[in-house]
Design a protein around this ligand. Structure first.
Ligand SMILES: *[C@@H]1O[C@H](CO)[C@@H](O)[C@H](O)[C@H]1NC(C)=O
Ligand SMILES: *[C@@H]1O[C@H](CO)[C@@H](O)[C@H](O)[C@H]1NC(C)=O
Ligand SMILES: *[C@@H]1O[C@H](CO)[C@@H](O)[C@H](O)[C@H]1NC(C)=O
Ligand SMILES: *[C@@H]1O[C@H](CO)[C@@H](O)[C@H](O)[C@H]1NC(C)=O
Ligand SMILES: *[C@@H]1O[C@H](CO)[C@@H](O)[C@H](O)[C@H]1NC(C)=O
Length: 293
């Protein structure tokens, strides 16, 4: 009884010793591993390190030359909460990369070569709170429903990218969003942006570096700040609407006019027919009366 009770903790210690040993063994040679944290900053890695302890919570791959994240290896790291990939060469093949990473809260992809973000890029990251994608000069498109599954997103940075346009619903529907970086992008301030500027004035989200959230296209609005450019957009876009309205009104007027004319014409014909008919009737009656007498 005593012996059995004593061997229990001993076995536990042995078990944890083996676990620790295996973890130490599996730390990538160029990285430093502390408790549940793997740090591979600035090691000139060309590829994702192969032997990352499977129970890691935090993985830092910043400042390397990694161009590809292997989805299968990433999916083994199911407990990962924090992934820092800033300053690498990650490109446009990120769709379906972050599968099975339901616990990931922090993802830094800034200073990379992202080009497009679709629904499939982040749709599995249902716990994501912080997403940094700033300083990706080749990032030109974020699909309308790109963050539809990232309902906990609180911090989103897309500053200093090649983005021309962002759908209002992409960010408006994120209930927990508090910080949205939009500065130094070549924003295309056409009439589709009116909705976005209107939303910016209404929301209480913080837009850092607001001085540098400006229009780049069209020429006439270049350098104007958002959302102040809303006034110009309203003037441009709503007068165009007025012109359409005039055409519409003219058409409606013409329709009413022609319908009226046709109706009056028909009524006239009916009246004439009725009159002729009744006159005929009277004549016949008179004729009948004459024959009787
Ligand atoms: C990771 O390592 C780099 C240098 O090797 C260091 O500057 C940085 O602070 C480390 N990061 C963390 C979170 O420990
Ligand atoms: C990445 O590779 C290029 C050459 O291919 C090299 O000049 C650069 O220093 C590398 N960067 C890092 C962070 O290792
Ligand atoms: C979106 O999130 C839900 C859970 O909130 C998950 O079940 C679903 O698989 C996700 N959709 C995709 C396409 O990843
Ligand atoms: C405004 O510009 C964006 C990006 O170039 C484009 O997707 C959108 O269709 C444009 N909208 C209008 C009304 O021209
Ligand atoms: C705005 O952009 C200019 C030029 O790119 C830069 O010099 C300035 O520091 C930026 N403003 C802020 C508040 O960062």
């Amino acid at each position: 009884m005593l012996l059995a009770g004593g061997s229990q903790p001993l076995r536990l210690i042995c078990f944890w010793g083996m676990v620790l040993a295996s973890e130490k063994f599996s730390c990538p040679s160029t990285c430093s591993c502390q408790y549940l944290e793997v740090n591979c900053t600035g090691q000139q890695l060309q590829e994702f390190p192969a032997t990352i302890p499977l129970d890691s919570r935090q993985l830092i791959l910043a400042t390397n030359n990694i161009s590809h994240l292997p989805p299968v290896e990433l999916s083994f790291l199911a407990d990962l909460v924090y992934l820092d990939c800033r300053e690498n060469r990650l490109g446009d093949h990120l769709d379906f990369t972050f599968i099975g990473m339901a616990k990931l809260v922090y993802l830094d992809l800034s200073f990379n070569r992202l080009t497009h973000v679709t629904f499939s890029t982040f749709s599995q990251l249902i716990s994501l709170v912080v997403l940094k994608m700033s300083d990706n000069p080749s990032l030109v498109q974020i699909e309308k429903d790109a963050f539809a599954n990232n309902t906990w997103l609180r911090y989103l940075d897309v500053s200093r990218t090649g983005l021309l346009f962002l759908h209002t619903s992409t960010v408006r529907d994120l209930r927990h969003l508090r910080f949205l970086g939009l500065s130094d992008n070549p924003w295309h301030c056409n009439c589709s942006f009116l909705d976005f500027t209107t939303w910016m004035t209404k929301t209480n989200i913080h837009f850092p570096d607001a001085e540098n959230i400006t229009c780049y296209v069209p020429e006439g609005l270049r350098g104007l700040k958002m959302p102040a450019v809303q006034v110009q957009l309203q003037a441009n876009c709503l007068t165009r609407l007025h012109k359409q309205d005039y055409i519409f009104l003219c058409l409606i007027g013409f329709c009413i006019f022609s319908a009226g004319t046709v109706a009056a014409w028909l009524a006239g014909i009916c009246a004439v027919i009725y009159e002729v008919h009744t006159a005929k009737g009277e004549d016949e009656e008179e004729e009948e009366e004459e024959t009787i007498t």
